[in-house]
Design a protein around this ligand. Structure first.
Ligand SMILES: Cc1ncc(COP(=O)(O)O)c(C=O)c1O
Length: 384
């Protein structure tokens, strides 16, 4: 059965992004590809497969359910790391599958040790420390108590990582805050070392930190948005522009394209209203095309009378309100449009392109939000 729209993921673009990131990051640091939020809307299974083709063997998720999807999709026994939500009830399965996870509170640490003892396996943990993000992480004042538990239970714990996350590395306005965080992380690292506690990997950097603060790269970087072909912010790109190779000033490529087709066309007389309410009155005799995607698929209502898409190689405007399942386009000036003609919502058609950023700007969403709002049931496939 045909779906109303479909998403394509470009294998070639992914390879280019990975080549750039690997050379920029250097050989000493491992890349963990962040695949939370259904791999930023691209589909976990698609990205695990593409990433493994490109030599990636480490993935980061937010939650246990995402981690299991990665574990099942992996063909190379890649390491999976949960950075956020994990219920104690799921610990047994996670430990048995050898999935690693962040520990940022005593309650989870104690529950983990209990299950590890019961199963007689070593739990793979990453100790998260509070450096200034103020969401999760052990406090400086908790370090002695933490150290005692880690030492006492060394037989049941595999200390995979010491980690933190920066609050706002993507903007220079947070420079002082990020520098303070780096300093605080180093204090934790040295303190634990002095107590004889060593972690396998020290990791702190997301895409923005990796690209802007080289000292944060350490043993492993957790790369999300850049691997999907987006600079974390325009500021990040501007900051790095000078240092990019002359022949490769645009090294990050969008992987995702979103396409649909014309459902029907219709003539509308001047003075008639189009769609719900009265937000758009035809200023002349018009032809419109209906396209079966709407806010139910992730095309924001804020794009009512604002959105632009491509049809017959031309940019056309959304007229009237975006509904749950459809948008109407003004095709009055196009020569001929037929039912079934391709409509590009994100991507290239002929000479023109609708970027995720342009789409996001008119709906006031950042790339991250727009991508993760693409409905899960839109089929996604990899194209060469
Ligand atoms: C802990 C952690 N590390 C890394 C990332 C990846 O960030 P980015 O997509 O900006 O690379 C995230 C995403 O928000 C995160 O929460």
């Amino acid at each position: 059965m045909r779906h109303t729209s479909y998403i394509e993921i470009s294998r070639q673009a992914y390879r280019q992004n990975m080549d750039f990131l690997k050379s920029d990051i250097g050989p000493k640091t491992e890349i963990s590809v962040v695949v939370k939020g259904n791999a930023y809307g691209h589909g976990i299974e698609n990205i695990v497969s593409l990433a493994e083709e490109n030599g990636i063997r480490h993935f980061s998720t937010f939650s246990a359910d995402e981690a299991l999807r990665v574990h099942n999709a992996s063909k190379s026994r890649s390491e999976v790391m949960i950075m956020g939500m994990l219920e104690n009830d799921d610990l047994e399965e996670i430990l048995q599958k050898g999935i690693s996870f962040y520990v940022f509170e005593f309650e989870r640490l104690n529950a983990t040790i209990e299950i590890a003892k019961k199963l007689q396996v070593k739990a793979k943990i990453h100790v998260e420390v509070e450096t200034g993000f103020h969401r999760t992480g052990f406090e400086w004042a908790e370090k002695e108590a933490l150290m005692e538990i880690l030492k006492e239970n060394a037989a049941h714990l595999s200390l995979k990582g010491l980690c933190t996350h920066y609050a706002g590395a993507e903007s220079i306005s947070n420079y002082v805050r990020v520098r303070k965080q780096i300093k605080q992380y180093k204090r934790f690292k040295h303190w634990f070392k002095a107590q004889g506690i060593n972690f396998e990997k020290y990791h702190t950097a997301c895409s923005a930190a990796t690209l802007l603060y080289p000292e944060t790269k350490m043993d492993l970087v957790r790369i999300g948005i850049a691997s999907y072909g987006f600079w974390p912010t325009q500021e990040t790109y501007m900051y790095r522009f000078q240092s990019l190779a002359e022949n490769n000033k645009n090294p990050l490529k969008r992987l995702i394209s979103w396409k649909s087709s014309v459902m029907n066309t219709k003539s509308v007389k001047m003075g008639e209203f189009i769609g719900y309410g009265s937000s758009y009155m035809a200023p002349r005799d018009m032809k419109i095309a209906l396209v079966p995607i709407g806010y139910g698929h992730g095309y924001s209502r804020l794009l009512s009378n604002q959105g632009k898409v491509l049809i017959s190689g031309k940019i056309v405007a959304v007229v009237g309100t975006v509904t749950m399942n459809s948008i109407a386009l003004d095709i009055t000036d196009l020569a001929e449009v037929h039912k079934g003609d391709e409509v590009v919502i994100i991507g290239v058609q002929g000479e023109l392109e609708i970027t995720v950023a342009s789409f996001g700007e008119s709906s006031q969403q950042v790339n991250y939000e727009l991508l993760t709002r693409l409905a899960l049931d839109i089929p996604r496939s990899i194209v060469d």
